[in-house]
Design a protein around this ligand. Structure first.
Ligand code: ZN
Ligand code: ZN
Length: 418
């Protein structure tokens, strides 16, 4: 489930309602677009209802870490995956509620800003600790799942902080949303409350203007797009380190105007890194044991991985990447050009690179040979190009024109909200 967050317009201050993964903030009042810079975890609040005598400045905010994403794990001779969606307390001890349950999904949250007042308790638990706790709650860790874990990656994850407001009343600490007493005041509480600090201005999200850095025309994208397009100079832009940088990109034109252009990261593997096993497409075919005749041209063809540049359910994500990578000889080189109907990029390049080992493992038919090599295999990207491939609409399925790789339309719709 996705969170819904109220954010104020960086230009006019009007309230705008966003989904958790949205980056493009479009203000209906002043008609200005801003792009929210990624990076550090965003901070959201559950809205407090203060009783008489309690002011906003009396509230203490308790930190919870929200983690949503897919985990991929190569264990024994299997590639396993699970979707994780959890919000857990980031404080030590067992006196406080461990999780916010379904509350963050059920309520509209508010983006934390300096105007909020109150004091914020810092996180005491490391993010890794919260991740591994979340992983232990998934089916990946049932006792019958045995075998050495050779590789693990989190892909497409969203990490945010959700704060629960509480206040002190008599000798109790009270949840400011439900007005339920959650713990008795005492030395444990005093210790927690003593660490609380006022909101720091640098915690607020930062915004970029959405004008093309090259030509000044407005950039276009869906609210959850991580890559914005300039239709004037046919460039693509992704935010990194707080500014927009141009992407190398191309499109393979469809056979019909009704085709949907679907984005993929075409990732060339670095040759000098410690992976002498994977230089060419022929190396890939051999290492994964594909049942094909390896030709001379395969020995000289540089290997590229084709990874969806959008979120998909884990099984469909791996399968799509696997089939396209195996079929790469049939995919034409793309060139920049007009994109009439394109699916948004919502999986960043960095995460596509993190998925390479899982894709390789998924593609392997000879797992006994490949899996022991996974821990030492160093797959780094030499380059990543964004390529839009044409998919024809076949009702329940979308079918890629050159390779016939198929994605279920429902999977694509579901992936949007992963
Ligand atoms: Zn505005
Ligand atoms: Zn431009």
């Amino acid at each position: 489930m996705e969170l819904v967050v109220e954010q104020s317009c960086p230009s006019c201050g009007a309230p705008i309602v966003l989904h958790e993964a949205d980056r493009l903030v479009s203000c209906p009042y002043c008609d200005v677009n801003h792009y929210m810079v990624g990076g550090g975890a965003l901070r959201f609040l559950l809205r407090a209802g203060c009783p008489a005598g309690i002011g906003a400045e009396d509230l203490v905010y308790l930190p919870f870490i929200r983690f949503k994403g897919c985990i991929y794990q190569c264990q024994g001779n299997e590639v396993r995956h699970a979707i994780i969606d959890t919000t857990r307390i980031a404080l030590r001890g067992d006196r406080l509620p461990i999780s916010l349950g379904l509350r963050p999904q059920a309520m509209q949250l508010v983006q934390a800003t300096a105007a909020i007042g109150g004091r914020f308790v810092p996180r005491q638990v490391k993010l890794e600790g919260i991740f591994s706790q979340a992983v232990r709650m998934t089916a990946l860790f049932r006792p019958e799942k045995t075998g050495q874990v050779r590789h693990r990656a989190f892909i497409g994850e969203t990490v945010s902080r959700v704060y629960l407001p509480v206040f002190e009343k008599d000798d109790m600490v009270v949840d400011a949303v439900t007005h339920r007493e959650i713990m008795r005041k005492g030395s444990d509480w005093d210790e927690i409350a003593a660490t609380a600090v006022p909101f720091r201005r640098h915690w607020e999200p930062k915004f970029l203007s959405t004008l093309c850095p090259r030509c000044g025309a407005p950039l276009h994208g869906e609210p959850d797009a991580l890559v914005l397009q300039c239709r004037n100079c046919e460039t693509m832009w992704e935010e990194s380190d707080g500014r927009f940088s141009a992407l190398e990109w191309g499109r393979v034109p469809g056979a019909s105007d009704a085709d949907l252009e679907v984005p993929f990261w075409k990732i060339a593997v670095r040759q000098d890194a410690g992976s002498p096993l994977l230089h060419t497409f022929a190396d890939f075919l051999r290492l994964t044991g594909q049942p094909v005749v390896i030709r001379a041209e395969d020995e000289s063809r540089p290997l590229s991985f084709w990874v969806p540049a959008f979120k998909l359910q884990p099984a469909a994500f791996l399968q799509t990447a696997h089939y396209l990578t195996v079929s790469q000889k049939r995919i034409a080189d793309g060139e920049p050009g007009p994109l009439p109907a394109a699916y948004p990029v919502n999986l960043p390049r960095r995460e596509a690179v993190e998925a390479l080992k899982s894709v390789l493992a998924e593609a392997a038919l000879t797992r006994k040979q490949l899996f022991p090599l996974l821990p030492s295999l160093d797959l780094q990207a030499a380059s990543a190009t964004l390529v839009y491939l044409p998919f024809r609409d076949a009702g329940h399925d979308l079918i890629e024109r050159q390779t016939s790789v198929t994605i279920a339309a429902a999977t694509l719709r579901f992936g949007r909200r992963l």
